[in-house]
Design a binder for this molecule. Structure first.
Ligand SMILES: *Cc1c(COP(=O)(O)O)cnc(C)c1O
Length: 401
C-alpha cells in the first residue's frame, strides 16, 4: 500500500476525525531519541515530548524490550486476575511516594476522577457532610465532566454546564485568600504544584505550606495532581518533594507507561479503605502490557543519577531562557521547575511556535502567550543549545519586524 501524501491526510482528517484539535501542520512518522521525523523526512528536535509523555525519548531500547516481552505473554487480562507486573508496579509507586495504595486507570483525567470520587466519599462521611472541592484558578485537571469543572478555567466550562460537582477556585499563591475560600463545606483540595497547561506557574513554598497546614487542621484532604509534574519532570521523582509535604492523594499519568495510556491515583493507607470492593473499577486499568512498560519507566527514572541529570539540564535550560529574556524585551517572564520551563511573551506566541517548527524545533504555546518546553528528560546540553539557538533566531526575526 502506498503511503498517503500529507495533503491527502489533511483532507481525510478533516472529513473523518472529530474536529476538536488545532494541530501543527506536520504529520509524524517516526522518532528516535529526542528527534522525530515527518512524512516528508524532515527532522525535528522535540521539546514537547508528546505533552511530557515521551520522557525517555523515542524508540527507547528498554521500553521496546518491555513491550516485546509482554507481547509474547499477555497484552490484557482484566482485573479479575492477579497480574504480577501490576502488583510490582504498585509496590514501586507506593514505596517511592506516600506508602499508599494504588488505583490503576488509563489517563490523567481518570486518575483525577478516582481522586474526586474518593473526595466525595470522604466528604459524605464527614459530620456535617462536606460537598465542595477546592482547586486553583488556572488549573488543569482533565476533560471528563468532573475533571473539567475541577479545572479552574471558565473557557473550558463554556457550553458544558451544568457543572458536575461543587468547586471553589482559589487564586494561586494568594495566601490571604485561603481562609475565605477554604470554607467548612470543603472536603478536599486538588492542586498542581506547577501548573502546566495553566501557563507553567510554580507554586510558592510558603503558599503550599500555608494551604497544606490549614487543610491538616481542618481535616481536609490534600490531593496533588502530578499528572504532568510527576516522575522526574521537575528534577525530583515527585514535585511535592520540593515542598516538604506528603499529599493524601497523588495522581500520575503522562510519562508513566512510556507512551502507552496509564493513570494512577496513590491513596494514603489510612484513606485507602474508603473505596471498597465494587466502588471503583476500570476494564483496561493496570493491564499486563502497560504495567510491564511502566515498571521499566519507573526503574529508569527513579535512579538518583538520572534525577540529578534532570536538575542539571533544567538549571541549564532555565539559565538559557533567562539569557534570552535579557536580550529580547518582548519576553515578559521566564519560569519553571526542572525540565518544565516556560517563557511568557508580550504577544501571542502562535507564530513563534510556527517559525520554530519551520526551523526544526517543536515547542508549545499555551494561554496564548506562554511558550512551554517539556523536552524528553534524556535531553543533553547540546540539544538545549540547539533549541535555544533556534529560538534565538526566531526571536531575532520577530524583533526585526
Ligand atoms: C494532561 C493533564 C491532565 C489530563 O490528562 P489526560 O491524560 O489528558 O486525561 C490532568 N492534569 C494535568 C496536570 C495534566 O497536565
Amino acid at each position: 500500500m502506498k503511503n498517503p501524501s500529507f495533503e491527502e491526510l489533511l483532507h481525510k482528517e478533516k472529513e473523518f476525525v472529530l474536529q476538536t484539535y488545532s494541530r501543527y501542520p506536520v504529520a509524524l512518522k517516526k522518532g528516535k531519541g529526542v528527534y522525530v521525523w515527518d512524512l516528508q523526512g524532515k527532522k525535528y528536535l522535540d521539546f514537547f515530548a508528546g505533552i511530557a509523555v515521551n520522557d525517555l525519548g523515542y524508540a527507547h531500547k528498554q521500553i521496546k524490550k518491555a513491550v516485546q516481552r509482554s507481547l509474547n505473554r499477555l497484552i490484557h487480562a482484566s482485573n479479575y486476575f492477579y497480574l504480577e507486573p501490576q502488583i510490582s508496579l504498585a509496590e514501586k509507586l507506593s514505596l517511592s511516594s506516600s506508602q499508599g495504595k494504588v488505583f490503576f486507570a488509563n489517563s490523567g483525567a481518570e486518575a483525577n476522577e478516582c481522586a474526586l470520587k474518593l473526595a466525595r466519599v470522604y466528604g459524605n462521611q464527614c459530620q456535617p457532610r462536606r460537598g465542595t472541592i477546592l482547586t486553583l484558578e488556572n488549573s488543569f485537571h482533565g476533560r471528563t465532566l468532573a475533571t473539567l469543572f475541577a479545572t479552574g478555567q471558565a473557557k473550558y466550562h463554556a457550553g458544558f454546564e451544568p457543572a458536575v460537582g461543587k468547586y471553589v477556585y482559589l487564586e494561586p499563591n494568594n495566601i490571604s485568600r485561603i481562609d475565605s475560600v477554604l470554607s467548612d463545606d470543603v472536603s478536599s483540595v486538588l492542586i498542581e504544584l506547577v501548573q502546566g497547561e495553566g501557563g507553567v506557574r510554580v507554586m510558592d513554598k510558603t503558599f503550599i505550606s500555608a494551604l497544606s497546614e490549614k487543610c491538616r487542621k481542618k481535616n481536609v484532604l490534600f490531593m496533588v495532581d502530578e499528572v504532568q509534574t510527576g516522575l522526574g519532570r521537575t528534577g525530583r521523582l515527585f514535585a511535592y518533594e520540593h515542598f516538604g509535604i506528603i499529599p493524601d492523594v497523588i495522581t500520575l499519568a503522562k510519562p508513566l507507561a512510556g507512551g502507552l495510556p496509564m493513570g494512577v491515583a496513590i491513596i494514603k493507607r489510612e484513606l485507602a479503605g474508603l473505596l471498597k470492593p465494587g466502588m471503583h473499577a476500570s476494564s483496561f486499568g493496570g493491564g499486563y502490557m502497560v504495567c510491564s512498560v511502566a515498571n521499566c519507566v519507573i526503574d529508569l527514572i527513579r535512579k538518583e543519577k538520572f534525577l540529578s541529570h534532570i536538575r542539571e539540564m533544567g538549571d541549564y535550560l532555565s539559565g538559557q531562557f533567562k539569557a534570552l529574556k535579557q536580550k529580547y524585551d518582548f519576553i515578559a517572564e521566564t519560569r519553571g521547575l526542572g525540565l518544565m520551563q516556560g517563557m511568557q511573551l508580550k504577544f501571542n506566541g502562535k507564530e513563534i511556535v510556527q517559525k520554530a517548527l519551520e526551523k526544526g524545533l517543536i515547542i508549545n504555546c499555551i494561554q496564548e502567550n506562554v511558550l512551554r518546553c517539556l523536552p524528553p528528560l534524556v535531553i543533553e546540553k547540546e540539544h538545549i543549545d540547539r533549541a535555544v539557538s533556534i529560538l534565538d533566531s526566531v526571536f531575532s526575526d520577530a524583533a526585526g519586524k
